[in-house]
Design a protein around this ligand. Structure first.
Ligand code: ATP
Ligand code: MG
Length: 443
């Protein structure tokens, strides 16, 4: 069942319950209230009449004159002599008065309602002055009259309820529609995300929590689109990078098989093939490492690592390259600094950066590790040509490399490791002339 129908049904049910309870309470109270009110009115009328009678006719006590006057009033009444238990006069038919006399005790003052056949009467008694005369004026109103007032009232209340309920249901429909429409639209947008039709996604106007959900959905779609795009680029680059060495190897093996090379060239070609196979192996290993870092499959085992000892290990590894290229390694390291990281992974990250530096430096590579503004800052810079401006924003992306680059995965791996270790890596221009890589850790 649609949410809108559910909300409307719940609201209507609630309204019906409230109306039924109100209707029942009003219905059961209204007759009593009408009776009480009628009694009061009869009492007031009786009082007026009795006072008038006492003043006008009191002295003469002429019952006939009483009767004459009372007859002229448009009232249902009985003039009764309590002392003699005798009805002097009544504006009501004789058989009804007789019926009252049979069914009810005229002298009983506490009897509120009198009954005759199936009809009941509201009564009020007043003693006519002087009391010793024993004359009583009894005023009556048939309950039927009050019941028709009650029916009339209930009928009107029912009509008011009906109109009110209709207006309320219409209003509820309008409000729930306003609430549900953005959700329905949002559902349509989610369907588009599911079908990956990112370009067709439209913003949905909404308020409150729905607006927040809409915002999150939109951001999620953007993120998903970015992710899918980067995956696509990654696969394109990866297949291209793998295809190139494979084609070289294929070309040389076919040449060797067809014996198109002389012995010396064949030897050289085999060396090229070995180098290409090594490159392939390196690309694949780096891709596997990146995939592991991405999925956080590889266990990350942080320990307290002193930067000085970590750098000593890095320098040891790059020593052959440093000697081969006659590079001067300049290090400024604060011996007290330590990091809480996975040592082997951090070693790998720094090695990638330092190998690049040594490869591209002219004469010098400088490494520093200092504490700045409560942060540990590591820098690796060189005096080479630096990174071309067009490469700079993408240098940490996978397979992004310069003219003399190898796989273009080294810096992507370094960034993944640094970020996994809670640091940030950036690159800019060094004062020495080349590139400067900066890694910052919050301490
Ligand atoms: N210190 C540097 N000076 C100048 N260019 C650099 C420097 N470091 C990196 N680069 C450029 O950035 C590119 C990407 O470097 P990265 O380490 O990611 O890949 P790579 O060195 O080509 O391959 P790999 O490191 O996987 O062997 C390099 O190809 C190079 O063009
Ligand atoms: Mg590199």
């Amino acid at each position: 069942m649609k949410l809108q129908y559910q909300l409307n049904a719940a609201f209507t049910a609630l309204l019906l319950v409230i109306m039924a309870v109100t209707g029942f309470v009003v219905y059961s109270m209204i007759l009593n209230l009408l009776i009480q009110d009628e009694e009061r009115q009869l009492e007031q009328k009786g009082e007026l009449l009795v006072r008038f009678l006492s003043e006008e006719y009191g002295s003469s006590r002429n019952i006939d004159e009483f009767s004459h006057f009372l007859e002229s009033q448009d009232l249902q009444l009985i003039l009764y002599d309590r002392n003699q238990n005798y009805v002097y006069f009544s504006t009501m038919p004789v058989e009804i008065v007789q019926g009252f006399a049979d069914n009810n005790n005229f002298s009983n003052n506490s009897e509120g309602l009198w009954e005759y056949k199936n009809n009941k009467f509201v009564t009020s008694k007043k003693v006519v002055y002087p009391e010793s005369a024993g004359l009583e004026l009894i005023l009556l109103t048939p309950l039927n009259d009050l019941q028709s007032v009650q029916q009339n009232f209930i009928m009107r209340m029912f009509i008011v309820f009906l109109v009110g309920a209709m207006a309320a249901v219409l209003l509820s429909y309008f409000l729930t529609n306003k609430l549900v429409t953005p959700l329905t639209r949002l559902k349509r947008q989610l369907k588009k995300i599911e079908k990956r039709q990112f370009d067709e996604i439209e913003r949905v106007k909404a308020t409150g929590e729905i607006k927040e959900v809409e915002q999150s959905v939109f951001e999620m779609a953007e993120e998903l689109q970015r992710y899918m795009h980067s995956q696509q680029i990654f696969f394109q680059n990866a297949s291209h990078e793998l295809k190139t060495p494979l084609m070289t190897i294929q070309g040389y093996t076919e040449g060797i098989k067809d014996r198109v090379f002389d012995e010396e060239t064949e030897e050289q070609n085999l060396d090229i093939m070995i180098a290409e196979v090594k490159r392939l192996k390196k690309i694949i290993n780096e891709m596997i490492l990146l995939a592991k870092l991405d999925s956080e499959q590889s266990a990350y085992e942080p320990t307290e690592v002193y930067i000085a000892s970590l750098m000593a290990r890095v320098k040891e590894r790059v020593l052959p390259l440093v000697q081969e290229k006659h590079i001067h390694l300049d290090t400024v390291i604060d011996e007290r600094l330590s990091l809480y990281v996975d040592e082997e992974k951090m070693l790998r990250a720094l090695l990638n950066i330092l190998t690049n530096g040594i490869r591209y430096a002219a004469t010098t590579v400088k490494i520093t590790a200092v504490k700045q503004n409560e942060k540990i800052v590591l820098t690796v810079e060189d005096d080479g040509k630096g990174i071309p401006n067009d490469l700079l924003p993408h240098i940490f992306h996978r397979f992004v490399k310069g003219k003399s680059g190898e796989t273009g995965l080294g810096l992507a791996i370094s960034r993944a490791i640094v970020e996994q270790s809670g640091g940030r890596i950036s690159v800019d221009q060094s004062m020495l002339g080349g590139a400067r890589f900066v890694i910052r850790f919050d301490k």
